[in-house]
Ligand binder design. Structure first.
Ligand code: PEP
Length: 253
């Protein structure tokens, strides 16, 4: 059966001392979570966060991005190999902020996914529609394109290493959350696309997380949906108590 996962995307927040304090505070609340937890700090804190969590069950570390290139003269970039060498096991690819501010399209994202997999990192691949797509009713086409163009070249074995996140862009950091019905509709749609491409067994084994203003007060309802397997949490992951409450809102596997 698929895993329930709660991942915290800290984005470009915290100083080193805040990052260590945030992990310490979370671990004081929850050193052995029942649900799989993934922490995604900024690059400079991957090593200390891996150090603080490496002996704990059910807690992993993700980078928030990786380069589509393997190595070389790409000043300021961080490769998947570098990330893997820190002990991190995951990398977020295709977050809407990367798509929007850094113009990452599906071709670039497919190369990032390939680099992640070649270096034994599990990609957490994000999809989601803009507000206009939701209002125009073409959100399913957008999501299908984001999945097929960046992921569906993968072999079945590779696809098994991918975690998906549905993050409607209009809900990220806005305080607007998709209703459980809206989120469940898209999660079920994503699972049906996986089933068409890779078969039912793989589709049912893939974790699909919801992201977009997920908070302790709406997490339980969202996570109760059949096809929602946890969350990718932005703002609320910067507060240990809120993040802990969201982790606790996950249904038992
Ligand atoms: C995110 O950035 O992945 C996210 C879901 O942010 P927030 O929870 O703040 O909406």
């Amino acid at each position: 059966m698929r895993k329930n996962i709660v991942a915290g995307n800290w984005k470009m927040n915290t100083r080193l001392d805040d990052a260590v304090a945030l992990v310490d505070e979370f671990l004081n609340l929850c050193s052995e979570p029942q649900t799989s937890v993934i922490l995604a700090p900024p690059f400079p804190y991957l090593v200390p966060v891996v150090e603080l969590t490496k002996d704990l069950n059910n807690i992993g570390v993700a980078a928030q991005n990786c380069s589509q290139n393997a190595s070389g003269a790409f000043t300021g970039e961080v490769s998947a190999e570098m990330i893997a060498s820190t002990g991190a096991e995951y990398v977020i690819v295709g977050h809407s902020e990367r798509r929007q501010y850094f113009k990452e399209d599906e071709l670039i994202l497919s190369e990032k996914v390939n680099k992640a997999l070649q270096n034994d990192l599990n990609p957490i691949y994000c999809v989601g529609e803009l507000r206009d797509d939701r209002e125009n009713g073409n959100y399913k086409e957008v999501i299908e394109k984001q999945l097929t163009k960046a992921l569906f070249h993968l072999s079945e074995l590779e696809m098994r290493k991918v975690i998906l996140a549905y993050e409607p862009v209009w809900a990220i950091g806005t305080g607007l959350t998709a209703t459980p019905e809206q989120a469940e509709e898209v999660h079920a749609f994503i699972r049906s696309l996986l089933a068409d491409q890779y078969g039912d067994e793989l589709a049912n084994a893939t974790s699909i997380l919801y992201g977009g203003s997920c908070k302790p007060d709406n997490a339980t309802e969202l996570f109760a949906c059949e096809n929602i397997d946890g969350g990718l949490i932005g703002g609320a992951s910067l507060k240990a108590a809120e993040f802990h409450a969201i982790v606790n809102a996950v249904k038992p596997s």
